[in-house]
Design a protein around this ligand. Structure first.
Ligand code: CA
Length: 648
């Protein structure tokens, strides 16, 4: 293997720190720049069409310093598509510019465009919804297509970005769907599953479904979500329109980003331009920590620069408010730190989080990986807590395994660990936490608490597998208890879209079975079932109430570990299956105390409160900001499989 990049001289000679990679357009010149230090020649092909026909012109690029090739096109090239014919070691291949800002259909050719013309009216000066602290976030994880594809969604632009801009949509029973439904729910951030250009959906007919974790063009909006995938400008306008509409409706927008691997390996655009540079290899083989065929080498300077440039491009050009890093553990710590400082210069309230794990063996030393265990080196970045996820419902890898909220009380310490947002707390026995033997979050803002996401079974389906003996009512109680724990815990709560409506993905082949990782399953499995909303209004109202309550109680959104240690006190275990704790007032404002009780047992339990005269806001049936009833003495009875929150 030719590891040419390994010498520090090579990196020094070939690292380019300019901000002008890709196309720089004006109405009289367009400058193209691409980094390809090992190439012997590059020619630009210019096309009138985004996918078919021969080039109408070609332009030989000039080699500059630092591995850069450039071409200056005189005249107005707006709307012209282009590719690079790059020759390395005598072989010539046609590649799309990794910095392309738009493409034709199916991402085959880059587009030169005037980005100013893609701005909706008022977009450059629009304002974002207020957001003071990361722990104020409530994140809703949504796939563009899932939102609207059902027959009863009431949404016109089915499967499109614009479907999420439609307000006032209803199902046939007159209940809110789509964006209006999400507004009712009251989340603060909408996390969109991959919306950059991915490879697996044929954009001309959109006949298949995919989650989109198979990157093709990182700085381009996915064409199948656009109303016209042939005209690269349309998707840019439509995504900006979506972001603006979501901002106007009080939401911040998070993009799921997948820099850890590319769909193609040998013939990816990266590898055509600079063979072997962008990926880690073990011997002659591409390493595969992503379990998707390759892994990018973020520790190499121009790969790192690409990731930082791409994130900051989305943040600046599209006003994106947050990024979720797929398999963040594949990336090196230094890269993630530099991403944080780069977005801080744009907007420090941009939220960053990721999966603090890997999908396979990785040659990068464990100490350098952006893993959950290394979060102490990544302030300002959060990781998903699989500890609380599986602590609540059982391992995602063992369908019939129960968790604390579904009947295995042995997992209580993992839930307590989630309650304190994976931070240090003197009342937690870390040896009993399922996946972590020590706190991994420096502050609660580094911990994403959740019980379901797009991966694995939905929460409702997981309960179906692990609680086969239970009737519907009991399963609903377990689902509600899971949600109540996530939304009352310290840290950042996150839910999969539809969890608030008992989302389910029943198999079409086997009755009683469910689809686990539905990444390429048909729409009928994946889509949100608005036609079922009327049947689950009780659950929906409960989620809505939990979110409302959380937003009103600063005690549930503490900012520091020190504050949690000082104010949050676990009460002695009175009965197996019960977790109870107090959160004392902050001492600065109207001094209220919260008492939070989780009863996962099948029996009603009597809990002794430290004082008398409490008001209940959340119980097994209802949640919200209106008082439900008072508890006069010091004994409170908590229903089987339920959460109770009292305030004094
Ligand atoms: Ca695509």
């Amino acid at each position: 293997m030719n590891e040419f990049w390994k010498s520090s001289d090579w990196e020094k000679q070939n690292y380019y720190d300019g901000t002008d990679l890709g196309s720089s357009y004006t109405n009289h010149t367009t400058k193209l720049k691409v980094w390809a230090p090992t190439a012997s020649m590059i020619t630009v092909n210019l096309y009138h069409d985004g996918s078919s026909g021969e080039p109408f012109a070609t332009e030989v690029m000039e080699k500059e310093e630092k591995g850069i090739w450039s071409a200056t096109l005189m005249g107005d090239y707006e709307g012209v598509y282009y590719t690079y014919l790059v020759t390395v070691e005598g072989q010539s291949k046609e590649a799309v510019d990794p910095y392309a800002r738009a493409t034709g259909v199916n991402g085959k050719r880059g587009l030169i465009l005037d980005l100013e013309k893609t701005n909706p009216i008022g977009f450059p000066k629009e304002s974002k919804p207020k957001f003071d602290s990361f722990t104020d976030a409530v994140i809703y994880e949504l796939h563009i297509r899932d939102l609207s594809m059902e027959f009863d969604s009431g949404i016109k632009e089915k499967g499109k970005l614009l479907g999420l801009t439609e307000l006032g949509t209803k199902n046939s029973e007159g209940l809110a769907t789509g964006l209006s439904h999400i507004k009712e729910l009251g989340v603060t951030h909408i996390h969109l599953l991959p919306c950059f250009d991915y490879a697996s959906v044929e954009e001309e007919d959109c006949s298949t479904f995919n989650w989109g974790y198979d990157p093709e063009n990182y700085n381009v909006v996915e064409g199948s979500y656009s109303t016209n995938p042939y005209d690269g400008e349309v998707r840019v306008k439509e995504f900006k329109t979506l972001v603006k509409t979501l901002h106007e409706n009080g939401f911040r927008v998070i993009m799921d980003v997948v820099y850890n691997h590319t769909m193609k390996t040998e013939d990816s655009n990266f590898n055509k331009l600079v063979p072997d540079y962008y990926y880690r290899k073990v011997g002659d083989k591409f390493s595969d920590a992503s379990a998707c065929g390759n892994e990018t080498a973020s520790e190499r300077l121009m790969v790192r620069k690409f990731i930082i440039d791409s994130v900051t491009y989305w943040a600046k050009e599209y006003h994106i408010d947050g990024f979720r890093f797929d398999l963040m553990g594949v990336h090196d710590i230094e890269t993630m730190k530099e991403v944080r400082s780069a977005v801080d210069q744009i907007d420090p309230s941009i939220i960053l989080y990721g999966e603090g794990w890997l999908g396979g063996d990785c040659p990068l030393p464990a100490s350098q990986r952006a893993m959950k265990a290394n979060m102490n080196m990544l302030p300002g970045i959060a990781a998903f807590s699989d500890d609380i996820r599986d602590g609540l419902k059982g391992s995602v890898f063992i369908p019939d395994e129960k968790g604390y909220a579904t009947g295995d009380f042995g997992k209580r310490e993992s839930v307590k660990f989630g309650v304190v947002g994976a931070t240090f707390h003197p009342q937690i026995d870390y040896q009993k936490v399922n996946y972590s033997d020590s706190p991994w979050a420096l502050s609660p803002s580094q911990c994403i608490n959740y019980v379901s996401a797009h991966d694995n079974y939905t929460l409702w389906d997981k309960i179906a597998y692990s609680c086969k003996e239970d009737n519907y009512e009991k399963k609903v109680k377990k689902n509600k208890l899971c949600a109540a724990i996530v939304f009352t815990s310290q840290g950042i709560p996150f839910l999969q879209a539809g969890e608030e409506m008992l989302r389910s993905k029943p198999s079409k082949e086997v009755v009683g079975e469910f689809v686990e990782n539905s990444y390429n399953a048909p729409d009928e499995i994946n889509c949100i079932k608005w036609s079922n909303k009327a049947n689950v209004m009780d659950v929906f109202s409960y989620y809505l109430g939990l979110i409302k309550f959380r937003k009103e109680q600063e005690a549930l959104r503490m900012k520091s570990t020190e504050e949690i240690v000082k104010r949050l006190i676990f009460l002695p275990e009175e009965k197996e299956g019960v977790i109870s704790y107090l959160i004392n007032g902050s001492g600065t404002k109207e001094d209220k105390t919260l008492c939070i009780i989780y009863n996962a047992s099948d029996e009603k339990v009597a809990i002794t409160l430290p004082e008398n005269n409490w008001t209940v806001y959340i119980d097994g049936d209802k949640a919200g900001v209106e008082p439900l009833y008072k508890v006069i003495g010091t004994i409170v009875e908590v229903s089987p499989i339920s959460c109770m929150v009292l305030i004094k």
